[in-house]
Design a protein around this ligand. Sequence first.
Ligand code: GDP
Ligand code: GDP
Length: 498
Amino acid sequence: KEPKFEPKAGVPIDFTKIEINKLPTVIIMGRPNVGKSALFNRLIRRREALVYNTPTDHVTRDIREGVAKLGDLRFRVLDSAGLEAEASSGSVLSRTAGMTRNVLGRSQLVLFLIDGREGLQDMDLDVGRWLRKNAPGIKTLVVINKAEKLDAFSGSLAASVGEAYSLGFGDPVALSAETGFGMSELHEALKPLLEDYMLQVLTDDNIEENSSKEDEQLNDEDAKLPLQLAIVGRPNVGKSTLLNAILQEDRVLVGPEAGLTRDSIRVKFEYEGRTVYLVDTAGWLERTNQEKGPAKLSIVQSRKNLMRAHVVALVLDAEEIGKARRSLKHAEVVIARQAVEEGRGLVVIVNKMDLLRGRENKKTYESVINAVPEEIQTVIPQVTGIPVVFVSALEGKGRIAAMRQIVDTYEKWCSRLSTARLNRWLRKVVSRHSWKDQAAQPKIKYFTQVKARPPTFVAFVSGKNRLSDTDIRFLTKSLKEDFDLGGIPVRILQRCLL
Ligand code: GDP
Ligand code: GDP
């Protein structure tokens, strides 16, 4: 019989401490012109919105995603406005329904916007019906927007609220995305829902889901999704040259396609039957050959792009490494660490190896080959086995190896291990570990993977003893070795059984 896990009651949730990719996702939906974008903009304020295309069938639309800040709450917010831009009259969602269902599947909560000034329209009812059919398990909160002038005394507010109730999604919230009126009500309505979600996220639901499915099957499914690749590095290390080398002859370059905003230019290509999106072009294409200020800028740019990349390829310049005593410049260390901290797969590509050819360079050549992996290990001790590939983009040498490492890293990043397998492994590994204090050895009742991309595991511990940082490091290291997850930012979390 599987143990029952319950969240620790009364533990306040500090949303500011939760990693972005674990935050709940809220999607703003509604017919055109109700103010979805306005609300989205207010929620993310001046923070960066990520614009990405979600191609399905024949349409490519933009969805904006950002991190919302609302009082003490943080959540990911999706603006579905771009999805309807091309929809013809009639059903708003007709052409893009599949894609909307897709993004809906990634969301935990829907903010269903209606326009308080215009009152309920047929199209709102359409959206409501569509949501009931396609998002039955997703909590929907009706938001009456443009309520800044609705008068509680003249009854216009009451009328809107009445209409909103008639949609059948429970208590609505009235606010104004434009003036900010009512945002505290929205906060109040969202807080218990989002806290609930965070408490649930790593507990029994996930476990049941995971143990009931066979991991190998899932592996394939996940790894078939398009790979989002960011090629990052300082100006002039050869990123453009490398990309061109990778895109040679047989690869189809579909793009670059301009997105909604200037920095969402993306390149899409097919590599061995797999769709790859290059998510980081604007950041460096525009700024090539500028060394000073812009090099700094590109770190900031990179951080934003890292969040949408699955795999980050960090390009280094072999000639510079040969001359310097350290392989990685400060900016490069920052980017590499960020990639790992954001849970991205990292591949290091040392370019311009052709410049170190010849007898006179033999020593330098060898020292570069040895120094780079060592130094990567030193600056990112938490992830062992980060792949390092040595290439000459100019001559097209090593491009296949580089792509292979990237794809390989992606596949590992997507991998899922079944709970049964993990627990068999756990029994063995526990006996291998030299526990600091045998008597106070924590009891791991259960070990499971709660998510992939990147692989994240939870150890459920009972009794009063907890896993120390050393214990967790040991488990992480063993897990990587035993399941061939080197170079992947694997996470193990600890949960206490009540
Ligand atoms: P979307 O199509 O749902 O994304 O709607 P937009 O965000 O583009 O907003 C449509 C129109 O409504 C724009 O002209 C906005 O300025 C306006 N609007 C949005 N929110 C409010 C609001 O709270 N009050 C008022 N009066 N107008 C708003
Ligand atoms: P980016 O700014 O990182 O995109 O760098 P580029 O691709 O524009 O390359 C900068 C310079 O380095 C150009 O003059 C390239 O020809 C040169 N370069 C790029 N890759 C190599 C390489 O593998 N070997 C050599 N010798 N030069 C290279």
